[in-house]
Write a protein that binds this ligand. Structure first.
Ligand code: SAM
Length: 253
């Protein structure tokens, strides 16, 4: 039986990778790495370096997957994402059939943790339920951008026994308000924190967390928003891409 491992590698620092992830990597003969264009070349390189650091040379192969383009022109966000996932599923299925022998193990190295805003696990689940090519699969957890953010700011994620909401910049822009005292925002290309009218909010922001380019800013949202926008714009200009995450926290009385 073929085996697929979906391995979380942590969201930034090469040492975020767990011993369990390294042991899982040793089982794989083939690593599938998605190429999302030149802007994300750094992330492909990070995965390649992890393989070089933890695995014996010549004990594995890296197969690069050309990621299909998502239709960003249509306002029908969900159907565009579903169509994109379907294209990816077809590509993954072809690769598993052509690159893995009957008893081989292939691995996807997923940035951060596979359960958080990443489609690999969803696509592999779809492939498994269709059973066109039979395989078993396992998931190895990783340190997410959220843990990296709170660790680097040295803050707890939430107040004692309270809840926290995790959302996207797109969702935050749609509501433009805090429905929880603690709100973590990922995937925000447009600084949706600017839309929040509430004055009494703190922000803890981090970009390229865990890497040499890491940027951290925190303070009252009103006083910090512009600094974040500027830091974000110049970092993006310099590197060609940016990944940032932030926690919005209603100020405690
Ligand atoms: C597609 S999601 C992947 C999340 C990932 N699976 C995780 O567990 O963190 C990409 C988003 O994660 C966040 N992110 C990932 N790595 C980051 C990092 N090193 N620094 C800041 N934000 C990061 C950003 O919000 C980015 O837009």
């Amino acid at each position: 039986m073929r085996k697929i491992l979906i391995i979380g590698i942590g969201a930034g620092h090469p040492d975020y990778i767990t011993i369990q992830a390294i042991e899982a990597m040793k089982q794989a003969q083939v690593f599938f790495v998605t190429d999302k264009g030149s802007a994300k070349a750094d992330l492909v390189r990070a995965r390649t370096e992890i393989c070089e650091r933890h695995l014996a040379a010549n004990s594995y192969r890296i197969v690069t997957i050309q990621d299909p383009e998502r239709d960003r022109t249509t306002p029908a966000y969900e159907s565009a994402v579903n169509a994109w996932h379907e294209q990816r599923r077809v590509i993954y299925e072809q690769l598993i059939a052509s690159e893995l022998g009957d008893n081989d193990c292939g691995a996807f190295l997923v940035w951060g943790d596979p359960s958080l805003y990443d489609s690999t696990l969803r696509i592999v689940q779809q492939m498994a339920s269709r059973a066109t090519i039979p395989f078993e699969f396992d998931v190895i957890p990783g340190i997410t951008a959220i843990q990296a953010l709170t660790a680097r700011h040295r803050i707890p994620l939430h107040d004692i026994a309270e809840s926290v909401r995790i959302t996207t910049g797109r969702q935050l822009a749609a509501t433009a308000s805090l429905d929880h005292d603690d709100l973590v925002v990922l995937l925000d290309g447009k600084c949706a924190f600017n839309d929040i009218a509430d004055a009494d909010i703190d922000i803890y922001w981090g970009a390229y967390l865990g890497t040499d380019d890491e940027l951290l800013l925190s303070g009252k949202l009103r006083a910090t928003a512009e600094k974040i926008e500027q830091a974000r714009a110049s970092a993006r200009e310099r590197k060609g891409w940016i990944m940032d995450t932030y926690l919005l926290r209603r100020s405690r009385k």
